[in-house]
Design a binder for this molecule. Sequence first.
Ligand code: AMP
Ligand code: GLY
Length: 423
Amino acid sequence: MNILVIGGGGREHTLCWKLAQSPQVEKIYCAPGNAGTAGVAENLPVKADDLDGLLAAAKEKSVDLTVVGPEAPLVAGIVDLFQSAGLAVFGPVAAAARLEGSKAFAKEIMAKSGVPTGQAEIFSDYQQALANLRQRGGPIVVKADGLAAGKGVYVCKTLEEAEEALKLMMVDGIYGDAGKTVLLEEMLEGEECSILALVDGKDYLLLPSSQDHKRIGEGDTGPNTGGMGAYSPAPVVTAEMEEKIAREILAPTVRTLAESGSPYKGILYLGLMITAQGPKVVEYNVRLGDPETQAVLPRLASDLVPLFLACCAGKLAGMKIEVKDESAVCIVAAAEGYPGSYQKGQVISGLEGIKEEANTVVFHAGTARQGGELVTAGGRVLGLTALGAGIKETQKMAYAALQQVNFDGMYYRKDIGYRAIDR
Ligand code: AMP
Ligand code: GLY
């Protein structure tokens, strides 16, 4: 079969790499892709938010299954569009993708499902929000309701910081419509983890647990980024904890969406805080995490194609996911200055030395070809994943392999996986 993967980051390179191993797959297309996806797929020059262009491409290339990487096209209704054209597509319809598209809607679903989460108040009026904020004081989390490319969350230690964040969103409008409605949420304390699940509308299967590193600096300091590295499994998610998360969070969420008339199909990502009172939802995402995908998919022994098809068809019941014993660590190499402004077009060297036979693999994120040379083309440039015995050994393998890679201004965190190693 022919598969179309939508998106062009590290997550999508990993998806293409994994799907290419399936005996069912003849050809993979990736839109728009990057220099890494070009090695396993044919890149199509269509942007991930050009829904009509993507539909036309899927028809022209006789695509049998489309897999959507990023959230924006899902929230914009790409699944509805493809389905109405009779095309198979893996992901939630727009009504279900609101779980990520609106944090207020997500809170509503959590409340209906009885899912534990931080207490939050929702405001569309600045003065009312400000009054509530002053009454509650810091620490507090200020969140834009809509999609803000991962930037609309301010974890504020003090009232002053929170007032500033509120003003940026509701008065200055730096996130446009996404910040017109704001959540003021209780700050949760504990260790974060990511649980990704395959969902077919009623049944689900958990992928192996993982942990992302969102801050730019070592020891989780400095500004938030898209993610500077990830590892899997996350030891904070014991077998018992995983069972609790499935029973108390995943199952009721899936049930509520089915009862609401918009059953959830695709990947449901639970961003969780493991608190002293148990797991609480920080956020829902409606897609695979990036860079969690780069740590999770290499650990799967199972073919993803039958699993994705089963999700689309509502036939996940009775299926299984085989997971390798090895742990995975993915280190992201970013451009100097990221998550602020950074340069593009730096030549990347040394990737030839990274060998899949040695259980190390490079997933491209912001890369491009320029006159035959591989160059940087984004803030997060690439992710290097190693598979090995335990997080500690695997972390060593990943950093040793990364020493071979170079580009001007290359920056990476030196402590990916430290929470697991500290245990
Ligand atoms: P999000 O964009 O929703 O993933 O939020 C970004 C990050 O902000 C999360 O990964 C958490 O580290 C942090 N965060 C969000 N909500 C809370 C909360 N209620 N308490 C503590 N940290 C939070
Ligand atoms: N790694 C966090 C995310 O994908 O949202």
